[in-house]
Design a protein around this ligand. Sequence first.
Ligand SMILES: [Mg+2]
Length: 259
Amino acid sequence: MTATPSRLRSELLAREKGKSPLFFFDFDGTLTEIERTPDGVKFKPIARFIVEELSRHFSVGIITGRALPDIKKLIGIKGIYYSGNHGVEIEGPRLRFVEKNSAKSVAYLNTLIPKLKRKLKPYGPIIQHKKYSIAVHYRTVEARLVRQLLDDLDLITSEPVRSGKVRLQLGKKVVEIKAPVEWDKGKAIERILMKTGRTGKVFFFGDDMTDEFGFEMVNSLKGVSVYVGGLERETHARYYLESPTALIGELAKFLFELE
Ligand SMILES: [Mg+2]
């Protein structure tokens, strides 16, 4: 990860003749700052305006860990692609998709919800039931209780993980319980590109571990992968922007220069 924002600008502005770039974004931590609880997050009107403007010129997709109805409501822009549950569900122009093994896991995940609530609630996490996955957010948990919470979570999930009923995925102060399938944000991007008849450069902006699949996918397509936020770890992204605000600023400048 050595690239700079100025080099990203040149990627944005290097228009390929007759080809239209495509833009994919994660949401939390990428298009908006992370808040203490997922429900505390809003999509700023200026950011919505910029992304909506972008979607008037180019194909746009939002690829998030949130559930599909949640992200559609938060973003509120028509005519773009939305993918929820880290790529498992996708909706957009001429496309409606649910990864089939994840669909089969819904009933089993439902059985875990009461156990998780009973055992973990005393620690004060936020347990989000997202149909195709369950997220246990522990940003709200006192630091001294986090270890215990994770141990209890392990007690509940170790058998189903061992027997292949579910798998765990880690993110920023969140553990997600999901179907045991190899499906990710990169595959969702690929699926959407098949529908759009892509010709131009593909951009993907993200911040968290699950976005690495998206970075790898666009790298393999000779696209532009951009890490947003503080540099906390190694990444496959080739470019870097310091914050969601910086991202919105870059997009605004890009749109201005389009006119
Ligand atoms: Mg994120």
